[in-house]
Design a protein around this ligand. Structure first.
Ligand SMILES: C[S@@+](CC[C@H](N)C(=O)[O-])C[C@H]1O[C@@H](n2cnc3c(N)ncnc32)[C@H](O)[C@@H]1O
Length: 454
């Protein structure tokens, strides 16, 4: 029987989705902060729940062969990374195992399914093309950073090893300039103050879109602030003020005001040009996105006779890559601005065999089927919640030769694959791709073939 404040010695056998070490004390599971797979630690029990306990590492008795030193001084406080002290090789193994465990948890028939090793990065740092930070104040000084895991404590950052160096400059410059113009951070409790967040988007040419999220309609001294930000970092191509006056943890509000530049930024995937707006979804890891999409297109095995659906298509990234190999591609996406960007991206890239629909896939897809628009291949890339059942039923009715499922959540992927398997699709290949290095998040691309299709 263990109690709170007990000091225990525990072998760490795995990590969980929060990046905590997992150990067992006579079959009772303990999640231990700051421990990695292979460690033997002395831990203090901090909380006991019905089926598990929580603990904090107080001493590493035997360090794991997979343990590495953290290259970031803020690791453990900043909520950005979870597995920075686990070797990258072991992180990739963890991601493959988490996919296998999720698929096994759903009662999938695993026979005949090939699960490949995770595709990793040569250099798993400075890969994020988008970072978002909260703005606060401490002893009169502006702070910009992230919140400590499950706390309201802001960790002030001057650098983040996941973002491009140019974004580090902007972090520092923005702090100084906001201080100079006495711009007050928004207080969740007081509901006062102006500035809530800054969001930094960078492209392959290290050009920057800076989004300043305010609680108020007006940003005092906006022109001077913009002038100084650009002088300090000429790589800034556009600055957008986003107004979010809601009591919410969602970062962006609905309204944008372009303070400088076009209000958009251009980026490239596989020689295709994409216009990106502040609200639109764009995969955060450009290097790995190319590998992920190439795998999806490889699995799709498109021909110039084929019609392809790209469901949850965003700004048309996968749609345009598919359109180069297919007769016709239909894209469906719920965010209207994304569809406008997708249509613009098709034009910018002289691609004429695409058609985009704004709406919920669960509503649009059954309508396309009723209209008799069918697909040889369906590519789906839903948000973390996965697909609504109407979507999976419509896929069954449309009965494509192949389905390519891109997922950022192995748990909902397992649920949906089980249904598609029941609907007559064989799951052939499962390829994890590391899009979020040093976190436990796993991206996967899956090939499903219709059982009666050669
Ligand atoms: C994981 S993203 C993929 C976007 C795109 N395939 C890409 O890779 O850039 C999921 C997309 O689904 C959209 N979305 C979320 N729920 C939706 C729904 N019910 N119907 C249509 N689109 C939806 C989101 O706006 C987002 O653009």
């Amino acid at each position: 029987m263990i109690n709170v404040n007990d000091i225990v010695e525990i072998n760490i056998i795995d990590i969980n989705h929060l990046g905590q070490g997992v150990g067992k004390l006579s079959d009772f599971v303990v999640f231990v902060d700051k421990a990695v797979t292979g460690d033997l630690v002395k831990a203090k029990i901090t909380e006991i729940k019905k089926s598990f306990a929580l603990g904090k590492t107080i001493e590493i008795l035997e360090s794991s062969p997979h343990r590495v030193d953290s290259p970031c001084e803020n690791f453990g406080a900043c909520g950005g990374c979870q597995t920075l002290t686990l070797s990258y090789e072991e992180q990739l193994k963890y991601k493959k195992n988490s996919v296998i465990n999720s698929l096994k948890k759903s009662s999938l028939d695993m026979d005949g399914i090939t699960i490949y090793d995770t595709i990793g990065m040569d250099n798993p740092y400075r890969y994020r093309n988008k970072t978002a930070f909260s703005v606060g104040k401490n002893n009169g000084k502006i702070q910009i950073g992230t919140y400590e895991q499950s706390s309201h404590q802001l960790v002030d950052l001057d650098t983040c090893l996941l973002q491009d160096e140019v974004a580090d400059n902007i972090l520092k410059n923005t702090k100084n300039i906001l201080e100079k113009y006495k711009i007050n951070p928004y207080g969740k409790r007081t509901k006062n103050g102006t500035i809530r967040h800054i969001v930094i988007r960078t492209n392959k040419d290290k050009e920057v879109m800076l989004i300043i999220v305010t609680n108020t309609e007006e940003l005092p001294n906006a022109n001077k602030i913009v002038e100084e930000l650009i002088k300090a970092e000429p790589k800034i191509k556009t600055i957008v003020q986003n107004i979010n006056n809601k009591n919410t943890s969602v970062i962006l509000g609905y309204k944008n005001k372009t303070l400088y530049g076009s209000g958009t930024i251009i980026d490239y995937i596989d020689n295709l040009q994409f216009v990106i707006s502040p609200h639109t979804f764009f995969q955060v890891n450009s290097v790995q996105t190319e590998k992920l999409y190439e795998k999806a297109i490889e699995y799709a095995q498109l021909t110039k006779e084929y019609t392809c659906f790209d469901l949850y298509c965003g700004i048309g990234t996968i749609s345009l890559m598919a359109a180069r190999n297919a007769k016709k591609v239909y894209g469906v996406e719920i965010v209207e601005q994304s569809i406008k960007d997708a249509e613009r991206n098709a034009k910018v890239n002289n691609i004429e065999n695409t058609k985009f629909y704004t709406g919920k896939v669960e509503e649009v897809l059954p309508k396309l089927y009723k209209k008799g628009i069918k697909a040889d291949v369906i590519i789906i890339d839903p948000p973390r919640k996965g697909c609504e059942k109407e979507v999976l039923e419509a896929i069954k009715n449309i009965s494509p030769k192949r389905v390519v499922y891109v997922s950022c959540n192995p748990a909902t992927l397992g649920r949906d694959l089980e249904i598609l398997q029941d609907y007559g699709f064989d799951i052939e290949k499962v390829q994890p791709v590391d899009m979020f290095c040093h976190s436990t998040h796993t991206e996967v691309v899956v090939l499903l073939q219709r059982q009666d299709h050669e």
